[in-house]
Unconditional design. Sequence first.
Length: 389
Amino acid sequence: MTNTTKTPPPAPTADQFYKAHGVPEDIKSRLESTAVLLISATRRSTEETFELGEHLEQAATLLPDGTVEQWAAERCGYTARHIRTLRATARNLVAYKEVLVELAVGPTVVGKLSSANPEQIEQAIGVARDTGRLRVQDVTAIISGSNEGAEQEEEVDPFDVGGPDGLKAIVALKVREGMKSFIAHVNEIRAHIEEALPKQNIVKKALVGKTALTARLAREELKSLAQFVTPNPTAASVIHATSIPSRTKWAAVGDLLYNMGGEDTWPDKAGLRAWLENEVLPLLNWVAPKPPESRALKAKAASVDVLPAKKATAKLAKASKLKAETFPTLKEGLESMFAGVGIDARVNLAAPEKKNTIPTLTEALAKPQSRGPRPAVLGEAKLDSASAA
C-alpha cells in the first residue's frame, strides 16, 4: 500500500524561508504547528477540508503579503492551485459549511463550488437535496449556465452611488474592512504577549513598546464599529459618541485596550504575568478565537515526525484557553445589527484576501497609505505616544 503522507522538507529549507522573509520566532512557532497539520492531512473529509483552509487563511495573516503559497508549497508540499482552492473554500463557503457537511458533498466538489457565487451555491445545494448527491459536472454546468449571456457590469465605486443603496454599500464596506483590521490588530497584540510569557523575565517596557500603539488603534477601531453618535441631552450643540453598555464583555475589551495603551496603566512587575495570563489573553482570545483543530487532524499530526513544541508554549496555550461564553461575538453582533436594516455585512475573519491584507502597525507607520483614514489615526497615535513618553 502506497504511503500518501507528505514528508516534511528538511529543516534547513524551512529555516531559509523564515530567514529570507524575516519571520519572528513566535510567528515561526505558530506556522510550524500549522505545517504539522497540513503535512499530516491525507485523504480528507469535507469538514477537514474547511479546517485546512481556515489554517491556511490564518497562516496568510502571519506571513508577509503574497508568500503563503510559497510557504505552503515549500514547507508542506502543496501545489499553488490546491492552496488557492482550500483558502477559497474557507472564505467563500463558510456560511454553507454545515449544510455541505450534512449533505456529504465531497471535498473535490466543494473545491469546485468555492469559485461559485451565492446564487449558484444555493442552486447546487438544491440539486444535492433533490438528487441525494452533487457531482463536479453538476457544479460545472451550474456555473457555466449562469454565466452564459451575462454581461460584465462596470465596477462602480460605492462612494459614487446615491440613496440608501449607496449608503448601505459604504456601511457594509466599513464593517467588513473595519472588522478585518480590528481582528488583525488584536492578533498582533496577542502574538507579542504569547512571545513574552514563556520567558522567565518579562520586560514590561519592551512589551509596552510593542503593543501600546496597536492597542490604542484597536480601541479606536472598536469604537468606530460599535458606537453611535448622539447629541448631548443637556447641551444640544455638543455631539459625542455613545458608550458600549457597561458591565458587558465588549466594554471590558474597550477598557482593556485603553489600559494597554499606556505604560502607567499596566500592573507593576509583581502582578504583570498574572494580569497577562488571567485577564489579557483570555479576553483577547474571546475577541479573536483561534481556529479549532479537528480531532482527526490532531491524531494524524501526532504521528508525524516533527520537532516537539516547547513545553512553556504548550503550557501557555493550555492556560489561556477560554471557556465557552454566552455573549455574541463581534461578527455575530454586527451582522445581526446591520441585517435589520438590510445591509449584508458578512465577513470571514480568518484572514483578509491577498489584495486587502491588513498591514501590521509597524508596516503601516513605515509605509503610509496614500488614501484612507488609517494613516491619520496612526499619526495621532504616534503623537500621543510621544507626548506620553
